[in-house]
Design a protein around this ligand. Structure first.
Ligand SMILES: *Cc1c(COP(=O)(O)O)cnc(C)c1O
Length: 365
């Protein structure tokens, strides 16, 4: 048997008959930039996410960047981010000349540790970017109450967590904005790169609409400096079709996760979901002793796995100028040695999941 970490081909087979005529018709029309296709997708995804004003953008990274630009984050500002996340979360802060301030995580959820945020707040802190890692939301109530107390903006990095929930609430409903990514490994996956910002206020969304076309409010008149951050109409078209299937795919991911939970109980630490949280399992990440050996063993059995993420951001070479040291974020450092993502994509069969779990059990016997 062979189990890839992610194989997008079986999913495509199930929606091919919807996608192909739509793409052909877009090609006949030759309208590739913004327009009705993007607008329709924005409306539908805002409805799916239960609120907010959606702005289609070129990637999840650009959604974060655009959101921070719209909030006026710049030089001298500090932005709090978890140390254990995808690079883009912090990279965008540094690109604006601001300082990413790395905060440690909770070893159960892999999300930012709420009690570590307050000590990191200084006079220069302007914003917090909580990341909803692997499909589960960060502790938003604690984060939002700190933000209110210290007058900070909150942008949620929900790139891995479209559709996730916390006590009945969803990314983008309570903060300034939430960023989504449609990179092919995400739950809602485009045919390449794409992203979106879900803004609570109409004004912030409008600002992002200007920013995505170089800050134009009227053709060739620029009142602010933006970039080319547009979502392609081709991506919007594909994503709009896939959005109709997302609920079903998420249900399959959740069923696979529940099966792994059963099969791996007592063998390795399976994902812990906080009370009140509903995970959409963009990744199913275990904490495994002798992780690297386990990964090799599974590779020999043709099981694909991945390490998200091997180096916490405070120890990345490009951030050495910030003076981060080993020991600054002990939890992030520890889990980066132990995490292993297992295949969890919707189209996996029961036999494949059992095969992966059996491989793990064998390794530890
Ligand atoms: C994927 C991802 C991003 C960036 O999204 P891109 O579309 O690849 O630019 C940012 N943050 C997190 C947590 C992600 O998983």
């Amino acid at each position: 048997m062979k189990v890839a970490l992610l194989d997008l081909r079986p999913q495509y087979q199930t929606i091919k008959s919807e996608i192909e005529p739509a793409v052909l018709s877009l090609m006949e029309g030759q309208q590739f930039v913004l327009g009705e296709t993007v607008r329709r997708f924005e409306e539908n995804i805002a409805r799916y996410c239960q609120g907010g004003h959606a702005v289609g953008l070129s990637s999840g990274t650009d959604a974060l960047l655009c959101g921070l630009m719209a909030l006026g984050i710049s030089r001298e500002d500090e932005v709090i981010v978890p140390s254990f996340t995808f690079f883009g979360t912090a990279g965008v802060v540094a690109r604006l000349g601001a300082k990413p301030v790395f905060v440690d995580i909770d070893t159960d959820t892999f999300n930012i540790a709420a009690d570590r945020i307050e000590p990191a707040i200084t006079e220069r802190t302007r914003a917090i970017i909580p990341v909803h890692l692997f499909g589960q939301m960060a502790p938003m109530s604690e984060i939002l109450s700190l933000a209110e107390r210290y007058d900070l903006k909150v942008i949620e990095d929900a790139c891995q967590s479209i559709g996730s929930g916390q006590n009945g609430q969803h990314p983008g409903q309570r903060s300034e904005a939430a960023c989504l990514s449609f990179y092919p490994s995400k739950n809602l996956a485009g045919f390449g790169d794409g992203g979106l910002l879900l803004c609570r206020d109409k004004e912030l969304a409008q600002q992002c609409r200007y920013l995505r076309v170089h800050g134009e409010d009227q053709r060739y008149y620029h009142s602010i400096i933006g970039g080319n951050f547009r979502l392609d109409a081709l991506q919007a078209l594909v994503l709009d079709i896939k959005l109709r299937h997302l609920e079903g795919w998420v249900a399959q991911r959740r069923a696979h996760a529940a099966r792994y939970d059963e099969l791996l109980a007592g063998v390795v630490q399976t994902p812990k979901i906080s009370p009140g949280n509903v995970s959409v399992y963009n990744q199913y990440v275990i904490r495994a002793p002798q992780r690297d050996e386990l990964q090799k063993y599974l590779a020999q059995k043709q099981v694909g796995t991945a390490i998200y993420y091997p180096v916490p951001l405070h120890l990345q070479k490009c951030f050495a100028y910030l003076g981060g040291r080993e020991g600054d974020c002990p939890a992030a450092e520890q889990v980066s040695q132990e995490v292993l993502a297992l295949p969890v994509y919707p189209e996996l069969s029961d036999e494949q999941i059992e095969y992966v779990a059996n491989g793990i059990r064998e390794f530890y016997q």
